[in-house]
Each structure stands twice: as structure tokens, then as C-alpha cells.
Design a protein around this ligand. Structure first.
Ligand code: ADP
Ligand code: ADP
Length: 217
């Protein structure tokens, strides 16, 4: 599903953020990426969803080399990926339902399908009854699960999460991690940048570590 071949990334004027990265994730893998601040974790995620391009090497997504994908093709790539951020980036003046519906509205999905898909997504993260609430009425863990619902509402093949439990206590973090497991069980490839892997570490989890731009496994 995702393959990095000798991928390096240097930002303009900076030292290399990633150097000769090789790894792959098969469909249905769940993997965790750890490393110190500044190690290159976010850069790696950005290369997968086309926010940044590699300076050298190739990034393959579902068999397609996306390293030199024309900008016009990037939206097609993004539609196959669900992104989750630490500070969930919900719109506070919109209801939970409307937040989750946003990607579908942008994609021009019709109203009855939106209703069905949003309710299904909220159901899967355990928030079926919270659609009418505003994010501020929810706990931190619930807000993060709204972020996950929004990321999965268009049924992406891949979920990328950048420190999704960074602001949460251990018990809440565990619940959020379990939501990722649920989606992984139905075949979604999941890659999570986290310091909390020990919370749910299981034998089938892949785990990678980046140190100063190099993958040390
Ligand atoms: P992490 O997510 O592990 O904290 P990043 O991928 O954000 O690491 O950063 C890796 C390196 O690249 C750091 O040295 C950081 O300062 C640098 N960097 C990240 N984004 C940019 C940017 N847009 N421009 C220049 N340098 C950047
Ligand atoms: P429908 O396709 O009728 O809208 P659902 O939305 O409930 O029904 O999804 C059908 C199946 O697809 C469920 O078993 C669900 O778990 C699974 N599924 C596969 N990939 C995803 C994904 N990325 N997000 C949400 N559900 C998914």
C-alpha cells in the first residue's frame, strides 16, 4: 500500500529531514512510528499524502509513484487517505455531525448519503448520539474520536495519525487507540506517530523508529 524507496527530503536551507528511508506497509498493516521531536516523523507523513515531495527517491501509494505526481492529481490521492492530527482541528462553531460531514460536502456527496455515512462513521467511533452537540460540549477523547470519524467518513484505504493521543491521559488514549484497531480490523492500513505505543502494543503491530532523519527500526 505504501512503499518508500531510498527516500530523502531536505527542506530549503535546512539539513536533511529524512535520509535514504526504505520501508513498506502492506494493505491491512498497522504500524507505529516513534522518534524524538524533529526526527522527521511529520515529514514522512507529509510525503505520503503529497503535502511535501521527496528530494530524492520514490514514494509509492497503492502501486502508483506519487513522488512526481502532478499537483492536479493530489486531490485524488488525498481522498484515499484519512488524516488525524493531535489537536484534531475541529470547527468549534459547527456541530459534531457537520464537522464529520465536511469532507463529503466538499466531495459533492448528496444529502441522504451524507446522513447515512456520517451516522455510520459516528457509530463506529462510539458517538452516534452526539451528532447534534458542539465540540466544546465533548471531552478531549470524544473530540479526538470526532476527528477520527471525519477522517474515515469517506472510507479511505489508509489512515495517517500524527500524535493522535498527545493531549490525552492514558485511559482516554487507550480508547482512541482501540478505535484505530477497529478500522484496521476491516482492512484499513494504519500508520500512527505516537509516544504511546506501549499502551496497546500487540505482536502484529509493526513499529519503526526515526533518529535524525534515519529509520533505525
Ligand atoms: P518530527 O515530526 O519528528 O518532530 P519533522 O518532520 O517535523 O519532525 O521535522 C524534521 C526536520 O525538518 C526538523 O529539523 C525540522 O526543523 C525540519 N522541518 C520540518 N518542516 C520544515 C519546513 N517546512 N521547512 C524547513 N524545515 C522544516
Ligand atoms: P455502507 O457501505 O452501507 O454505508 P458502512 O458504512 O457501515 O456501510 O460500511 C460497510 C463496511 O465497510 C463496514 O464493515 C465497515 O466497517 C467497513 N469499512 C471498510 N473500510 C472502512 C473505512 N475506511 N471506514 C469505515 N468503514 C470501513
Amino acid at each position: 500500500m505504501i512503499r518508500f524507496l531510498q527516500v530523502s527530503k531536505a527542506y530549503r536551507g535546512g539539513r536533511p529531514a529524512l535520509q535514504s528511508i526504505n520501508f513498506h506497509l502492506a494493505q491491512g498493516d498497522i504500524a507505529f512510528l516513534t522518534g524524538h521531536s524533529g526526527a522527521g516523523k511529520s515529514t514522512l507523513l507529509k510525503l505520503i499524502c503529497g503535502i511535501e515531495r521527496p528530494s530524492a527517491g520514490n514514494v509509492f501509494f497503492d502501486g502508483v509513484d506519487i513522488s512526481r505526481l502532478p499537483s492536479s492529481e493530489i486531490p485524488f490521492l488525498r481522498r484515499q487517505i484519512g488524516m488525524i492530527f493531535q489537536n484534531h482541528q475541529l470547527l468549534m462553531d459547527k456541530t459534531v455531525f457537520d464537522n464529520v460531514a465536511l469532507p463529503l460536502i466538499i466531495a459533492g456527496v448528496n444529502e441522504s448519503d451524507i446522513k447515512k455515512r456520517v451516522n455510520a462513521a459516528l457509530d463506529k467511533v462510539g458517538l452516534y448520539d452526539k451528532g447534534k452537540y458542539y465540540p466544546l460540549a465533548l471531552s478531549g477523547g470524544e473530540q479526538q474520536r470526532v476527528g477520527i470519524a471525519r477522517a474515515v467518513v469517506h472510507k479511505p484505504k489508509v489512515l495517517l495519525a500524527d500524535e493522535p493521543t498527545g493531549n490525552l491521559d492514558d485511559e482516554t488514549a487507550k480508547k482512541v487507540m482501540e478505535v484505530f484497531e477497529t478500522f484496521n480490523h476491516v482492512g484499513v492500513t494504519v500508520l500512527i506517530v505516537t509516544h504511546n505505543h506501549q499502551l496497546i502494543s500487540k505482536p502484529h503491530h509493526k513499529s519503526f523508529r526515526i533518529e535524525s532523519g534515519r529509520l533505525v527500526k
